[in-house]
Design a protein around this ligand. Sequence first.
Ligand SMILES: [Zn+2]
Ligand SMILES: [Zn+2]
Length: 123
Amino acid sequence: MSSDPADPGDDLSEVVYFHGRLWDSPAMDGARQLEHLVVSGAHCDICDEPMLDQVDDVVLFPRLTCHLECFLRSVVGSVSHLKKECWCFGVETEFDPTETYREGAKKVLAYLLETGGRFKKTA
Ligand SMILES: [Zn+2]
Ligand SMILES: [Zn+2]
C-alpha cells in the first residue's frame, strides 16, 4: 500500500472509474477515466442492459457497475419524482408500462442537464 491517501497503489477495489463523460458531482470526485470498458457488453447492475464501449457513459464503483443514467435515476428518482408529480407527493402518476428503466433513466439525465446538472470537462 502507498502512504499517499490519494494514490490507491495496487488496491484498485475502492477506486471509482468512469467511461465516457464525467458527471459533475461529489460522487465522481477522484474518479479515474477508462479509455475503454474492460468488458464491453457487460450488463448494467441496475437496468441489466449491456454497456457498450462505443456509446455509453458508465460508472464503475467498487461494488456497482452501471450506466451513468441508471446511477443518476437510482439516486435522484424518476423525472415525475423530480417534478414532484408522483405518488410521493400525493399525485396520481400514469406509468408507461412499455418504458424500460433505462429509457426513464435517459429522461432523468436529460432533465438534469436542462435544470443545472452538467458534465465536467475532462482532458
Ligand atoms: Zn443501466
Ligand atoms: Zn416520487
